[in-house]
Design a protein around this ligand. Structure first.
Ligand code: SF4
Length: 296
């Protein structure tokens, strides 16, 4: 099908999104640790704009269960197709890398594995257990797929006792069928509801600039609160390539701040909301904030 040029192809990137992509020694270090073990990160696979900054701080988000996703969301830069069988040694390799990087807070995500009977839940749990075994003081945050909101699968992951369990709703309900593949807004909410009901700290995130209205953003935040989510992140959607879903709007930093304040008014314990925020960006700050709320 010929590509239709859209108005947003010509949207100029505003100054607040222009960032330095310079690499540093520390960043080369992280690269060596990760790539030397044939591991993957969403920082690289997702073409994250914060990679230079995060890697120079020696933080990265591990992506387990391979680097090929069974879904084909229109916003995502991760490869799609038929994945390889899971690497049974991956949990130990992640744990070893965490130790070498000296991470205090570990964030792990995965590609979606609809091809596996357990959607990867067993490898998820084994990864948490291996990280804890080798890094007893580190806190662990997971960003899981929806697992079709199957409680028996989510429970396998929860039984490994991660500190935070996230699942991204990504966008508002109206745009979900257009932007995400196979995923459903209500399924994501059900997954989050199950996580929160289990007593875990539930986290979610959405991208702005896909064509959503302010009212839709607020409705989504209210839906997340109702599901029991306590940490939320809001960031600007950036199109990874011209083949991906177009950017419909660049949201100003002031608007992001307005949403942050509204989210806190709604009862979220923590909200990171700014153009370059990604669900794992400065993730340790969210954990600290939640701890303070719990201690009150
Ligand atoms: S924000 Fe998250 S995905 Fe992006 S570079 Fe930092 S750790 Fe990686």
């Amino acid at each position: 099908m010929p590509k239709v040029r859209e108005h947003s192809d010509y949207l100029r990137k505003p100054d607040w999104l222009k960032i330095s992509l310079r690499s540093t020694t520390n960043s080369a270090d992280v690269e060596q640790i990760v790539e030397g073990r044939c591991l993957h990160t969403i920082c690289s696979s997702g073409m994250c704009p914060n990679k230079a900054e995060c890697w120079s701080r020696r933080t990265a988000t591990f992506m387990i269960l391979g680097d090929i996703c069974t879904r084909n969301c229109r916003f995502c830069a991760t490869q799609t197709g038929r994945p390889l069988p899971p690497d049974e040694a991956e949990p130990d390799k992640v744990a070893e890398s965490v130790k070498l990087m000296g991470l205090k807070h570990v964030v792990v995500t995965s590609v979606t594995r609809d091809d596996l009977e357990d959607h990867g839940a067993t490898i998820w749990a084994r990864t948490v257990e291996a990280i804890r075994r080798d890094n007893p003081d580190a806190t662990i945050e997971l960003l899981i797929s929806d697992m079709d909101a199957r409680p028996e699968l989510i429970d396998v992951v929860l039984a490994s006792c991660p500190d935070i369990v996230g699942h991204n709703i990504e966008t508002v309900e109206r745009l979900t069928p257009e932007v995400r593949s196979r995923a459903k807004y209500r399924t994501s909410l059900a997954t989050l509801k199950h996580i929160a009901a289990s007593g875990a700290v539930a986290k979610s995130g959405l991208m702005l600039g896909l064509g959503e209205s302010e009212e839709e953003v607020l409705t989504t935040l209210a839906d997340l609160r109702e599901a029991g989510v306590s940490i939320v992140t809001l960031g600007q959607y950036l199109r990874p390539t011209k083949e991906h879903y177009p950017v419909r709007a660049y949201i100003t930093p002031e608007k992001f701040e307005e949403y942050r304040l509204k989210a806190l008014e709604m009862g979220f314990s923590y909200c990171a909301s700014a153009p370059l925020v990604r669900s794992s960006y400065l993730a340790d700050a969210a954990l600290d904030a939640v701890r303070k709320v719990c201690a009150k």
